[in-house]
Ligand binder design. Structure first.
Ligand code: SF4
Ligand code: SF4
Length: 411
């Protein structure tokens, strides 16, 4: 991918392994045919003419969705998203902020002219807990700002409604119980612009899920849920409670960073990771964030077969201590850092950069953190201990370099 010379090349940041980003623009016909099958129906991927996708109901919404959906967050090749829809994927997940709005625009272009009942869209808008521009506003102004952002999302998508509107990125029970946010979401639902409303969470998930149930306002929960979470059994219990309360549960971060290593030499077994979460019957669908035709093929192949083989279970390394790239956002490291750096956010940025290869998203996240100067500065030795065994100082110093990259570099 050629860009004008800025003194800094996109590849320079990761040093190696970014060729995959450029490669997604090329669509070998043979690969596409393998994904779509001879008739373009995806049956070849689904495992033969007899194989039928496993379809589950999204809680009280009644929406019936294949267990494999698509997280579009990292995708920048429209052909992959088009192929996903043609293969049989129905639900596309995006957000107001992804790629500074271009993600929703791309989806809008792809779905233009398609029958409205042939796809479903979930999008997310942040509330005052994440959106700096909303902080300090009174309740009415916060609701207005939230709904204006949602209207802009609909405009980008070219739609008059989405299936699910989420309050984005909640890490504390009071976020999802915020009466202004509930009011704004209910307004969107009453207007018909959102058929259903929900919340997303990728930290402190069990507490946030339980608060969401208590709020009695929401239809859907999109939660981080994967085999790498030390607290996965707690997430499983909370998910079961949500399902029992009629809330539809969607799983994200299912592939836990995609790679075990920064160098991208050891990919996580994607099929195994996806199967692991879909073995929880209370999960209606998962939104793996594939970006290539090969990954689409791999993820979609799970839709007819979620049985884990002994080898797949072994590949998930439950019995070993492997640091990996996925930060479970547990916050256990923070107390040990005398500077109280936002380590969980930085580690999420690290995963976006090295796991997902989404430097734009990592840059946006790191830039929002208001880090001063050299993040670790003169700290002689790192006293922040990671529950997963990350070398915290090394990763903080590495990902903090993104702050020196011009803001429009990844635009
Ligand atoms: S090296 Fe960085 S992350 Fe570690 S304790 Fe010091 S400031 Fe905190
Ligand atoms: S860096 Fe480690 S300890 Fe800190 S939030 Fe992430 S997984 Fe938890």
């Amino acid at each position: 991918m050629m860009r004008k010379e800025t003194g800094y090349k996109r590849r320079t940041f990761l040093k190696k392994g970014l060729t995959g980003l450029a490669a997604v623009g090329a669509v070998p016909g043979a690969v596409k045919a393998a994904v779509l099958g001879a008739a373009g129906t995806g049956q070849a991927v689904a495992g033969g003419a007899q194989a039928k996708p496993i379809v589950r109901t999204l809680g009280r919404t009644g929406l019936k969705i294949p267990v494999v959906s698509m997280g579009v967050m990292n995708a920048d090749n429209p052909a992959v998203v088009q192929a996903a829809l043609e293969t049989g994927i129905v639900m596309l997940d995006t957000a107001h902020g992804y790629q500074r709005g271009r993600n929703e625009q791309m989806i809008g272009e792809i779905i233009k002219g398609r029958p409205r009942d042939s796809y479903m869209i979930m999008t997310k808008v942040p509330g005052p807990n994440r959106e700096k521009a909303m902080q300090g506003l009174d309740g009415a102004a916060v609701r207005k700002a939230f709904l204006e952002r949602f209207d802009l999302s609909l405009q980008r998508l070219g739609l008059d409604h989405v299936e699910v509107l989420y309050l984005h990125n909640n890490s504390a029970p009071d976020h999802v119980k915020n009466p202004d946010m509930i009011g704004a979401l209910e307004t969107a639902k009453k207007s018909g612009k959102a058929r259903f409303i929900g919340i997303t969470t990728h930290s402190n998930e069990p507490a946030v899920i339980r608060a969401t149930i208590e709020a009695k306002a929401y239809d859907v929960i999109l939660t981080a849920y994967n085999f790498r979470q030390d607290h996965r059994e707690e997430v499983r219990k909370a998910v079961a409670e949500a399902a029992a309360a009629g809330i539809g549960v969607v799983a994200m971060k299912t592939q836990a960073g995609a790679y075990w290593d920064k160098e991208k030499l050891q990919p996580i077994n994607m099929r195994a990771a996806l199967k692991w979460v879909l073995n929880d019957p209370n999960v209606a669908t998962a939104i793996p964030g594939f970006t290539t035709f090969d990954q689409l093929k791999e993820d979609w192949s799970v839709v007819t077969d979620i049985a884990l083989t002994p080898q797949e279970l072994k590949d998930l390394h439950f019995e070993e201590q492997v640091a990996g790239l996925y930060c479970q956002q547990c916050g256990q490291c923070v107390a040990g850092c005398p500077k109280r750096l936002p380590i969980p956010d930085l580690m999420r940025g690290y995963m976006y950069a090295y796991g997902y290869r989404n430097l734009g998203l990592a840059h946006e996240l790191v830039g929002s953190l208001d880090l001063a100067g050299d993040a670790c500065g003169s700290c002689a030795s790192c006293s922040a201990v990671c529950a997963k065994g990350f070398d915290v100082a090394d990763r903080v110093r590495d990902i903090s370099r993104l702050r020196t990259v011009p803001g429009d570099f990844f635009a």
